[in-house]
Write a protein that binds this ligand. Structure first.
Ligand SMILES: [Zn+2]
Length: 113
């Protein structure tokens, strides 16, 4: 993901509207790009600190820790999704294999005398 796209997504992220298929790229870009992290940091300070966004969760954690915690939560979510996808594909592959084996066994019954 490029900086321009990541910075466009910051607003979506802040409002919890980050598209599911962008989450992984977004968080890994934010983690690896200092400029975009700072951009997000500033946006976060303004939106959460000044405008009271998310004030349901306003507690004794300072803003930097909260942003850090949110990014970790997002990483965990992305990781879980990746694991789920892996298992889904594994199951799908296994069921195709099973269907193939069954078909071959059936073929043997049909063809052998
Ligand atoms: Zn960047």
């Amino acid at each position: 993901m490029e900086c321009r796209e990541a910075q466009k997504l910051i607003r979506d992220y802040m409002y919890g509207q980050l598209p599911a298929d962008k989450k992984e790229d977004f968080v890994s870009h934010i983690r690896s790009c200092r400029d975009c992290y700072e951009e997000l940091d500033i946006y976060y300070m303004v939106e959460v600190g000044l405008n009271g966004l998310r004030d349901d969760r306003l507690n004794n954690m300072d803003l930097k820790n909260r942003l850090e915690q949110e990014l970790e939560d997002l990483e965990t979510e992305v990781q879980q999704q990746r694991t789920n996808t892996f298992f889904r594909y594994s199951l799908l592959t296994l069921s195709y294999l099973a269907a193939g084996v069954i078909f071959l066994l059936q073929l043997r019954i049909w063809l052998l005398p």
